[in-house]
Design a protein around this ligand. Structure first.
Ligand code: SDX
Length: 403
């Protein structure tokens, strides 16, 4: 029809926006946030400073950062009603389901979340009122992401909720609320707090991955950002995407020991098993984040002790990297291959790992959403076409005449 071409399965090589936020060179294994190499930011910046950079386009001055941080932390408190919402889940509900639902619930709290109001106000893009509304929505979502995640965790632990403390960093406050070391007055270990902050930072954005595309597809109808973020969270939940960090650990546990790695590799080559944590749609040499995660793991293990799965992970990594099957398909470790080992060593429950991906990724989703809201010429709804390959015109057949 009218020259439409199916752009392969899964948007294999399709660009749908112009963006100034994140740059990836898949062949060179390069990742930059607003031009800054991820390696430099991981070393010198923090997750919240990088959040400002991704959303507003430049590194903040001291004053800008202080204001941004105080707004995010101020908005991290959840309305007491949210406790009833979380208590409505079974104790063993998957935390990603709870978090996805909680983002959607967030939208029910705020008047500007009303789509018609939302559309009208934001559609006049760029005026002071709409910019201020968007900023407040951004502070709320970043601030509350950690609180909602911690509330989901506490439901699983059958424990009461914790009000976000004051005076701690963004990541420190999250760890305090998680209190997963089951000490009441848990003060974050600086090495673990820094390690998690680096992991948050490198997970913050990754241009148009499946979940970010979902946020923009949803947000393009001018629905409120809370609902758009809920949609993105649902997409990230899948094992081909953010769920991979959980799948990697389940894979390593099933392999059991380095001795079983060769047999597992053969099963993968027979397509009976998936090597989770390997391969990437864009990176065809290496995912630069995987090196940062691997190095961070060594820092964490100094405090927590080595994870017994590390030997199996290293044996699997070395075997796959030398094997023609993976080399030919340009498969290398992605960000998810090593990160689960760190979360496990830090004591997070296995099904909580995708939540640890979603919390920082809220930043990237919001950076792209704001960019779309402010784009030249206003927001266009995303409505792709199809090539129809179904039946031609035919007439209705009464049921008694059908065989
Ligand atoms: C993330 O997009 C992003 O940027 C995502 C992300 C982000 O920050 O947002 O980087 C985060 O999601 C990382 C990816 C986490 N997912 C996994 O680790 C799951 C395992 N990986 C695969 O499912 C796969 O590699 C994908 C989904 C990541 C990418 O899939 P593609 O681009 O569609 O590649 P493909 O399936 O077409 O694979 C090409 C070939 C195929 O072989 P052939 O059929 O051509 O013979 O490589 C094979 C695939 O079978 N292959 C694998 C493999 N990944 C691809 N074979 C074994 N193990 C794997 N992991």
């Amino acid at each position: 029809e009218k020259g439409l071409r199916v752009q392969d399965k899964g948007f294999l090589n399709t660009a749908v926006i112009r963006s100034g936020i994140t740059y990836i060179d898949g062949d060179a294994g390069v990742l930059r946030y607003r031009g800054y190499p991820i390696e430099q930011l991981a070393l010198k910046s923090s997750h919240l400073e990088t959040a400002y950079l991704l959303i507003y386009g430049s590194l903040p001055t001291n004053e800008q950062f202080k204001f941004f941080e105080s707004e995010v932390m101020r908005h991290s408190v959840m309305h007491a009603d949210a406790e009833g919402f979380f208590r409505s889940f079974r104790y063993d509900a998957h935390p990603m389901s709870m978090l996805t639902s909680a983002f959607a619930m967030l939208g029910s709290y705020y008047s500007e979340a009303n789509p018609s109001l939302q559309g009208q106000r934001l559609y006049t893009q760029g005026n002071a009122a709409s910019l201020a509304t968007m900023d407040r929505q951004i502070y709320r979502l970043i601030g509350k992401a950690t609180t909602l995640a911690a509330m989901a965790y506490r439901v699983r632990q059958g424990r009461n909720f914790v009000t976000p403390p004051t005076g701690l960093s963004y990541t420190g406050s999250f760890l305090y609320q998680m209190d997963h070391l089951s000490e009441e007055n848990y003060t974050p270990n600086p090495v673990l707090e820094k390690a998690l902050d680096v992991l948050f930072l490198i997970h913050a954005d990754h241009e148009l991955n499946a979940s970010c595309t979902t946020v923009l597809q949803t947000g393009s109808s001018l629905v409120d950002p809370y609902s758009a973020i809920a949609a993105g969270c649902a997409s990230l939940y899948g094992p081909l995407h953010g769920g991979a960090n959980e799948a990697v650990i389940r894979m390593l546990i099933s392999i059991g020991s380095p001795q079983n790695v060769p047999a597992f590799i053969e099963a993968v080559k027979r397509r009976e098993k998936t090597l989770s944590g390997f391969g990437h749609r864009v990176y065809k040499t290496s995912d630069p984040r995987s090196f940062i995660v691997r190095k961070t793991a060594d820092e964490v293990f100094k405090v927590t002790g080595k994870d017994e799965l590390l030997e199996t992970a290293m044996a699997l990594h070395d075997a796959a990297m030398k094997d023609e099957y993976f080399i030919k398909r340009k498969l290398a470790p992605n960000v998810d291959f090593w990160s689960g080992l760190i979360y496990r060593a830090m004591g997070f429950p296995l099904d909580f790992f995708p939540v640890l991906f979603a919390v920082p990724r809220v930043v990237g989703w919001l950076a792209h959403w704001r960019q779309m809201m402010l784009q030249e010429g206003g927001v266009k709804i995303w409505r792709p076409r199809q090539v129809y390959v179904g039946a031609g015109k035919r007439d209705y057949v009464p049921v008694e005449e059908r065989e």
